[in-house]
Design a protein around this ligand. Structure first.
Ligand SMILES: *Cc1c(COP(=O)(O)O)cnc(C)c1O
Length: 384
């Protein structure tokens, strides 16, 4: 890796070899009879929507996105496998959902009628998945009105039901009793449906946590997002893995400045850190404008030459400072913000804990100001 695009001094590395191994290990765990749908919403959890879709499209059955615009981006990039839009649809999106051959979610009879009207206008069909609300209370048809909605859809052949699904609210807390309530509700519902009508309908329920902890949720297809990128629901759960996955994202930057600071000086905005002795301070050209949480100010670390050093002062929009004591460093040396260096490692779990949030929010917070470098079997390439 010689140059970053525009020679930008901070970047994300995504190891596609590890990512594909994760997918392979998940497939091995769920078995041949269960399909794999890979959720890649929010820029593939920060890993880059199009490149992750391209890497995955030969080894998964479905991709899932949250909204129309993510689906269109994939179609324009010539990703041709089935794509499911998970989020609620809006009336003005229906034409494009159909035109770009996206499968999308219907979660009320009202929305079904809107799509039917559009299909008649366009003289086309729409491939849909019905979402059943088993207790998440976000979107989805309640079980009590689902039978009637399905019958209504069956009287309109322009709507093809490709799948029926639900979403688990608490599967990351495996011992939460509500999981079994939701799971049983969905499985009972599936069993009550007239089997003749089910035909090729895919029933799906499991997110990452469901895939890991509740094999009875695997049904026809699973939808693990976080897991495919190498993370378990929590750090503690990642210490005891039944599916072997590893993180495939690293974040690195080149030191942009080096100086010696005298004892008693303040560093950065509002001088929230004051030196107690003469020390060496380096400046790193990445900040909260790129997704490094400001709440890591005076708490987080980076790795330089295999050693961890503390972030000092408030993290700025575009840079932050690190106290390296009497360590040595040169402008242009590469530091690791997320990832492994020799024996030390800083993980997404670490950032999530320090920022008092979850891994998902940290991952998708790393945005497009950081160019992405993709590591492959035979080298690597920059996202175009
Ligand atoms: C985001 C999402 C998933 C994937 O969740 P993970 O916890 O990342 O596995 C699955 N299903 C639906 C409906 C989602 O919105």
């Amino acid at each position: 890796m010689q140059f970053t695009p525009f020679s930008h001094p901070a970047w994300i590395e995504v190891d596609l070899v590890k990512f594909k191994q994760n997918i392979f290990n998940i497939k091995k765990y769920i078995g041949h009879d269960v399909k794999l749908c890979l959720p890649i919403k929010a820029n593939a959890y920060g890993h880059g929507l199009v490149e992750i879709a391209r890497a995955a499209s030969t080894c998964v059955d479905y991709l899932a996105v949250s909204c129309l615009q993510e689906g269109i981006m994939l179609r324009l990039a010539n990703v041709n496998i089935p794509i499911l839009v998970l989020g609620a649809i809006h009336i003005e999106q229906i034409t494009d959902l159909i035109k770009y051959d996206l499968e999308f979610t219907i979660s009320s009879k009202y929305k079904a009628q809107l799509v039917i009207d559009e299909c008649i206008k366009l003289n086309s069909i729409a491939n849909i998945h019905l979402e059943i609300d088993t207790g998440m209370n976000r979107t989805g048809i309640r079980v009590s009105s689902a039978y009637e909605t399905i019958e209504f859809i069956h009287t309109h052949p322009c709507l093809k039901i490709k799948g029926i699904y639900s979403h688990l609210a608490s599967a990351d807390t495996a011992e939460d009793e509500f999981n079994l309530i939701q799971i049983n509700k969905f499985i009972n519902f599936v069993q009550q449906l007239n089997l003749k009508q089910n035909g090729n309908i895919l029933f799906h329920l499991a997110n990452s946590a469901g895939t890991i902890y509740f094999s009875q949720t695997h049904l026809d297809m699973v939808r693990p997002g976080l897991l495919a990128f190498g993370y378990y629901p929590s750090y503690s759960s990642s210490q005891n893995k039944n599916i072997d996955v590893v993180a495939c994202m690293a974040i690195k930057a080149k030191i942009s400045y080096f100086k010696t600071v005298l004892a008693g000086e303040g560093i950065g905005y509002n001088h929230t850190f004051k030196t107690t002795k003469n020390t060496r301070v380096i400046t790193i050209p990445i900040g909260y404008g790129d997704g490094v949480r400001r709440s890591l100010s005076n708490k987080g670390d980076i790795i330089l030459n295999g050693n961890k050093y503390p972030i000092v002062g408030n993290i700025c929009m575009d840079q932050f400072m690190v106290d390296i004591g009497d360590g040595s460093a040169y402008v242009g040396d590469i530091v690791t913000i997320i990832g492994k260096q020799e024996l030390n490692e800083i993980t997404i779990y670490d950032h999530a804990k320090l920022a008092n949030t979850n891994t998902y929010e940290i991952l998708c917070g790393f945005n497009n100001r950081l160019p992405r470098y993709y590591i492959t079997e035979d080298g690597g390439y920059w996202e175009s």
